[in-house]
Design a binder for this molecule. Structure first.
Ligand code: FPP
Length: 282
């Protein structure tokens, strides 16, 4: 998030290095050979259904979150196989503070522990880890771990994994509007110059491209305040599978659907010859 964060002191950036190959899928499923240009550049993941997965098995909700970890990292391996460049994972929303204190405590600790434990394998794969989210209220120990991961992996170029923690799309837009209003007040920006591009430069990660493919697991069909600005033209895929049962094969299925769609961004179908607008008749 934003440029105001202190860089971590604890771990120096690793110098550019050779990346390992993505790990094969546990069930032996091969990655489809999608045409390079057809693959979505940025995939957003709403990792939903952990609680229901746990309930179905008579387990605690937190066991569902634990089981969801391998799903995320298997998707990252699959994303690297097919050439996705950005994966944004909704790991804790600004609304998740409404959960029980026990679940919040678990999720904070789980995020720290997961990032710490996964950093080497992500670094070897060539993954750059970034944090998207608000600083206030987030545990300092989580921020510290995220900053260490960001610093350590900042030279990696194969894929960026944005861990969205204490993230909310509306909060991000409000923060951007606040910063822009401040810039206007100080005379650094003329309101006449404000357009979509300038506004977007005030968002958390202005250099990340818009979301191409937005995936939500568990059958729910909502965006739940995730990457609202960036997903304006995203293709949506809602998969019924609960997050702990999700893996790269579900990503491949979503990408198959994505490549078959026409993205028109409000324009016309590509090979439909558009008739000239008819003159208004009185
Ligand atoms: C929603 O499931 C999931 C979250 C609140 C995010 C947590 C996600 C994980 C722990 C997956 C892996 C993440 C990391 C950091 C490795 P839910 O609790 O809302 O499920 P429900 O809708 O079935 O209750």
């Amino acid at each position: 998030m934003g440029g105001s964060r202190r860089p971590a002191q604890a771990t120096a950036a690793r110098q550019p290095h050779e990346y390992r190959d993505p790990k094969p899928h546990a069930g032996g499923v091969q990655a489809p050979a999608f045409p390079k240009d057809a693959v979505p550049k940025h995939v957003a993941l709403v990792m939903d259904g952990n609680g229901r997965w746990a309930k179905e098995r008579g387990l605690a909700r937190t066991d569902g979150h634990t089981a969801g970890e391998s799903s995320l990292f298997d998707v990252v391996e699959g994303a690297a196989q097919i050439g996705v460049q950005y994966v944004s994972a909704y790991a804790f929303s600004t609304e998740n503070w409404k959960r029980s204190p026990e679940e919040i405590r678990f999720l904070m600790g789980f995020n720290i522990e997961t990032i710490h434990r996964r950093i080497d394998e992500m670094d070897e794969l060539g993954v750059r880890i970034r944090w998207c989210g608000r600083r206030p209220r987030l545990w300092k120990s989580v921020i510290r771990e995220l900053e260490i991961a960001e610093e350590r992996t900042k030279n990696n170029t194969r894929l960026t994994l944005a861990m969205c923690i204490n993230y909310g799309g509306r909060a991000e837009i409000v923060d951007a509007a606040t910063a822009l209003a401040e810039a206007v007040r100080e005379g650094r920006v003329d309101p006449k110059d404000i357009d979509e591009e300038l506004f977007a430069s005030y968002l958390d990660e202005p250099d990340m491209p818009d979301v191409d493919l937005f995936i939500r697991s568990s059958g729910e069909q909502r965006t739940s305040n995730f990457l609202l600005w960036q997903s304006a033209y995203a293709e949506m895929v809602f998969d019924d599978v609960l997050w702990p049962d999700f893996d790269r094969t579900h990503l491949f299925k979503a990408v198959e659907s994505y490549v078959s769609r026409d993205r028109r961004y409000g324009g016309a179908l590509p090979n439909v010859v558009s008739a000239a607008p008819r003159p208004e008749t009185p």
